[in-house]
Design a protein around this ligand. Structure first.
Ligand code: ADP
Ligand code: MG
Length: 616
């Protein structure tokens, strides 16, 4: 038989390699910025259009490339960073595989402009799908500019697989944060669709963190310093009271390289032991310096894992350094067996004079008026105090009010199909109809047998339909806050809030102002306790960032889902009889009572027949 093995042509090999190196626009951003850092740039600009789907450009003032190097840089395994395999163990650069540019050029339209300091003119190379279209001499400043256009133009499947612009931009910003945090001595700027998103001058580490995450971050940071023979630790952890529900701001850098490590993350978590509210995660920005010979950087291009020679020691050092810092800054409780610390004056009250409490009176409040005058056309302010459990079923208990009547045309399919599901035996109704099992399920009697409801999922469904309804008819009921609530967010979180502001207002939120890094809220939906507002918004922002591709995306729906998730009664919460009954009734007043907003089963039934069979 004839020989059948062939060597793959270079452009095919490059496309295959590209699959590994370039998963999404953010991977290109990472590779290009890392190259700029390796070229000793002091200023790096990132320009993005359409979340990188149309354009990703990185401009640096680094050392540039010679004419020959400019051409060679697009060849596979072309690198200036290592010469022998031994160099791999002494890495001080980010790149070393010589694959990034070759891979990117295989799947996009690339334009490179570069000039070295000593040269009068530089070079422009245009390369499309691995084919060099042109190479010309150009006038260009010292350094390198690489534009990557129409990513995946020749691999439609990959292009279609990209997520929505919000999600892809989020990934880009994540990469940008990671490199910018690792290099405060380099100035970075990022422009998205023509407007400046970040402008980060050269600064110290603390200032860099604040420039990225907003001014409010400053007061949240606790410094961590430790210098031992095997490990140098520097950076900050966030004070426990600012811990978030999402894991956003957690950064480890090893020798200036961002890494992920569940093991080291655990070390931090254990240092915070006992200081955090359930389900919250501390933020941290920690730089670890170790001898490059004692680590093995996984040489897969996109992986961020590192193998340490002596993980146990690192764990112990990190944990104790963080614990020490928390203790030193009076954050961790210090055990003292001599005194009862409950009797101590909290530090912040020391030397402060006692003050007379003041009461603020809402002069416009008229107890004889049913509803206070509305401030906006679509929002009614209700003054009635909000009880704790009644709000769980908001909207449903107020049947017959204007809002409800307006909506009475909506036809609940389930009314017919489930209307007679419950036993019409009045006596049974009066005696026990519901029972809570393990603070998780509500068990109830129905005509045919038994019903078991998952309380958390069921309540999500109820709230979800309620929010959707309010957003659709734009008749939400707000409760006015006595004091405006000021919440701080990062610039990109504010962008998301702006995007959702209209819908949020339809649920009952009232924003008095939205600034660059903060929002002021003066009204919240009647079902939302004030203490939950920041958690709800945080959850919402993180849900938007992780949302599904554009096609299925509806801001309204996402908002309703997210708020329902945050506010639904949790598994483990014990419910009174009337609360249980209300939950059951409200669930079956829903349009789609049988699934949660995320399509999970909310209840099951078991007929007497089925039960009988079990007793055979
Ligand atoms: P690697 O970074 O692994 O060496 P790349 O494909 O990313 O591989 O880059 C290939 C080579 O091109 C680099 O080794 C470097 O010499 C050169 N190069 C790439 N980007 C730049 C830049 N911004 N400035 C100067 N040289 C660069
Ligand atoms: Mg590189």
């Amino acid at each position: 038989m004839a020989d059948i093995i062939q060597l793959l042509p270079d452009h095919v090999a490059n496309q295959i390699a590209a699959g590994e190196v370039v998963q999404r626009p953010a991977s290109v951003v990472k590779e290009l910025i890392e190259n700029a850092i390796d070229a000793s740039a002091t200023t790096i600009k990132l320009i993005i259009k359409d979340a990188g789907k149309t354009l990703i450009q990185v401009i640096d003032d680094g050392k540039g490339m010679s004419t020959t190097d400019a051409r060679l840089s697009f060849e596979r395994h072309a690198t200036s960073k290592i010469r022998t395999a031994d160099d791999l163990f002494q890495l001080h650069t980010k790149g070393f595989r010589g694959e990034a540019l070759a891979s990117i050029a295989a799947i996009a339209h690339v334009e490179l402009k570069t000039k070295q300091e000593q040269d009068d003119v530089g070079n422009t190379i245009i390369i499309e799908g691995s084919k060099v279209a042109s190479q010309d001499v150009t006038v260009t400043p010292k350094g390198t500019s690489i534009s990557v256009k129409n990513l995946f133009f020749n691999i439609p499947a990959r292009r279609n697989f990209l997520k929505s612009n919000t999600v892809e931009l989020r990934h880009i910003i994540d990469e940008f944060h990671r490199v910018a945090l690792a290099h405060p001595n380099i100035s970075f700027a990022m422009y998205n669709n023509g407007s400046e998103t970040f402008n980060l001058p050269v600064s110290n580490y603390r200032q860099r963190i604040v420039n990225i995450f907003g001014n409010k971050t400053n007061e949240k940071l606790v410094p961590v310093e430790e210098d031992t023979e095997v490990l140098k630790i520097s950076g900050f952890v966030g004070k426990p009271e600012y811990a978030k529900k999402t894991r956003g701001e957690q950064y480890f850098f090893v020798n200036n390289r961002f890494i992920k490590s569940a093991y080291l993350n655990h070390a931090i978590a254990s240092a915070f032991d006992g200081l955090l509210k359930n389900g919250t995660h501390p933020s941290y920005f920690l730089n670890l310096e170790v001898d490059p010979q004692t680590i093995d950087i996984n040489i897969h291009p996109t992986k961020t894992e590192v193998k340490f020679d002596d993980e146990h020691t690192l764990y112990a050092l990190l944990r104790s350094a963080v614990k020490h810092s928390l203790g030193q800054f009076n954050i961790a409780p210090v055990l003292d067996f001599e005194r009862d610390s409950n009797l101590d004056t909290p530090y912040s009250y020391n030397k402060t004079k006692t003050s007379t409490p003041t009461i603020e009176v809402d002069k416009s409040f008229n107890p004889f008026q049913e509803e206070a005058p509305s401030k906006t056309k679509r929002t009614n302010y209700k003054k009635e105090p909000v009880g704790s459990w009644e709000n769980l079923y908001v909207g449903l208990e107020s049947k017959g009010t204007k809002t409800q009547q307006d909506f009475s045309e909506v036809h609940f399919e389930s009314e017919e199909s489930t209307g007679n599901m419950f036993s019409d035996d009045k006596q049974v109704d009066k005696i026990q109809t519901t029972y809570q099992l393990h603070n998780k399920y509500i068990v109830s009697t129905i005509k045919s047998g038994m019903l078991v409801i998952d309380q958390h999922r069921a309540h999500q469904r109820i709230l979800y339909e309620d929010f959707l309804k309010n957003m659709t008819i734009k008749e939400a009921v707000s409760q006015q806050l006595l004091f405006p609530l000021q919440l701080h967010f990062s610039v990109q979180d504010i962008a998301i809030i702006n995007q959702l502001k209209d819908d949020l207002e339809h649920t009952g939120f009232i924003f008095s102002s939205v600034n660059k890094e903060s929002v002021e809220i003066i009204g919240v939906p009647i079902s939302v306790p004030e203490s939950e507002v920041s958690i709800i918004l945080e959850q919402l922002i993180s849900d938007v960032e992780n949302e599904v591709p554009d096609t299925h995306f509806s801001a309204t729906d996402l908002l309703a889902k997210s708020m329902a998730k945050s506010l639904a009664i949790k598994t483990g919460q014990s419910l009174q009889k009337d609360e249980q009954e209300h939950l059951v009734n409200s669930l079956f007043a829903c349009k789609e009572p049988n699934v949660s907003p995320t399509n999970r089963t909310t209840f099951i039934t078991m007929s007497v027949d089925e039960l009988d069979k079990k007793f055979i």
